[in-house]
Design a protein around this ligand. Structure first.
Ligand SMILES: [Zn+2]
Length: 413
């Protein structure tokens, strides 16, 4: 069934699964259950075993080992069902550009949305020439992040369950909600998943594999000013917290430590929100670096800036609180090199040239790895995630399924 993956992908992207960072429920949105339940049913129909959906919305299933290989290590594959709240994921109308010819694409529902290969920002679409390209229609994101990952895993699962000639050990599948809002594995029971290693299919271009993510901290700076009537402010020593918040931001080394001025392995201090009044103000930050010591140094820099500001305004109060969010999975994966070696070998087995790409962000695998289940990330073929120009090709997703099957074989050696 050559179009199986394509049909799966088109089916999944039409289901509205946007997550909500402000929700108090888990999953954050009721609609994510629609896809989670569909996947549970599809896994059952494919003949997977132990298919469950937990009270928090984790779909898990087993692909039993080829007879005689039951004792081989259990390996798990994960993808997330939610799409990013940054852009609408409702009423997605996928468009298949069969045998894409490299022309500029104007998305029909909003002609301002253009993918022009002559623009260096979008030139990577030329890798899709000759393939079956899928885009959204202009008003929504596509949702290849991470429904490409789901289609890859489901297609590979279907092949493993139907083709008894593929030698593999026990495999676990898991689909989770709420990755995009940083809560993808909050309630995932690692013992229930029961794997010795796992892989998320949630990456970018074909061949991209990631065993490093950022290490991440959050910081909150609370500023208490001295509030007086503005008419007598001079006499009563007003210290305006709004001004202090502005000064604080002005003291940040933006030229070399902001997201918009850094690339690769250089981390940043990024103010994400500011709110306040004359009396008090709160500035929130995220701090990121691949290296834990450099991360700590960035936190220290923020504290020093706060201390300097405090020294200049002794009647105000400035407090900086830094908390840990997640850590670079590389600190753990370095000690278990076989997990990446098998992945690179599996890519080579199916003719995919793999390359390491340190993620400038976190993945569900960051937290899973920290909790003891080492989980690097694998490409899905998705591009331009979280926006209307998102695209993926059927053939690139098929490469992902090939890699998953080759990986299952490698773990049974
Ligand atoms: Zn994703």
């Amino acid at each position: 069934m050559p179009h199986q993956l394509r049909e799966r992908f088109l089916r999944y992207v039409k289901i509205h699964t946007t997550s909500d960072p402000y929700s108090k429920t888990y999953p954050s949105t009721e609609r994510q259950w629609d896809l989670l339940r569909l996947l549970k049913n599809e896994l059952t129909e494919l003949g997977a075993q132990d298919v469950v959906i937990t009270e928090h919305g984790y779909v898990m299933a087993t692909i039993p080992a080829t007879p005689g290989l039951e004792h081989k290590p259990i390996v798990a594959f994960l993808a997330h069902v939610d799409t990013a709240p940054d852009y609408s994921g409702e009423n997605v109308k996928p468009i298949v550009h069969t045998n894409y010819d490299g022309r500029t694409i104007v998305l029909p529902d909003d002609p301002r949305q253009v993918i022009d290969p002559s623009n260096p920002m979008y030139a990577d679409i030329l890798t899709a020439v000759g393939k079956d390209l899928i885009t959204a229609s202009g008003l929504t994101l596509l949702g290849a992040d991470d429904k490409a990952g789901i289609a890859i895993i489901m297609t590979a699962a279907a092949r493993l369950l139907s083709d008894k000639t593929i030698a593999h050990g026990p495999i676990r599948i898991c689909f989770n909600p709420d990755e995009e809002i940083g809560h993808g594995v909050d309630h995932l029971d690692i013992a229930q998943l029961g794997a010795v290693a796992a892989y998320t299919f949630d990456g970018g271009a074909v061949g991209e594999v990631s065993w490093e993510t950022f290490s991440a901290d959050g910081a909150v700076v609370e500023i208490t000013g001295v509030s007086t009537h503005p008419g007598t402010a001079h006499a009563y020593g007003m210290v305006n917290a709004v001004h202090l918040a502005g000064k604080l931001l002005g003291m940040l080394p933006r030229e070399f430590a902001a997201p918009e001025s850094t690339t690769g392995r250089v981390g940043f201090i990024h103010p994400t929100s500011i709110e306040g009044s004359t009396a008090s103000a709160t500035v929130r930050f995220i701090i990121r670096d691949h290296d834990n010591e450099k991360l700590a140094a960035k936190g220290e820099m923020l504290r020093l800036i706060c201390a300097a500001l405090q020294a200049g305004y002794p009647t105000a109060e400035i407090h900086c609180t830094i908390s840990s969010s997640y850590r670079n999975m590389g600190y753990w994966l370095r000690d278990r090199p076989e997990i990446m070696e098998k992945l690179r070998a599996a890519c080579a087995d199916v003719g995919v040239q793999s390359y390491d790409e340190p993620v400038r962000g976190g993945t569900d695998g960051s937290r899973l790895t920290e909790r003891g289940l080492l989980t690097p990330n694998v490409f899905t073929g998705g591009h331009n995630a979280h926006g209307p120009l998102e695209w993926v090709t059927v053939q690139d997703m098929e490469r992902g399924s090939d890699v998953m099957i080759a990986l299952a074989k490698r773990w049974a050696e």
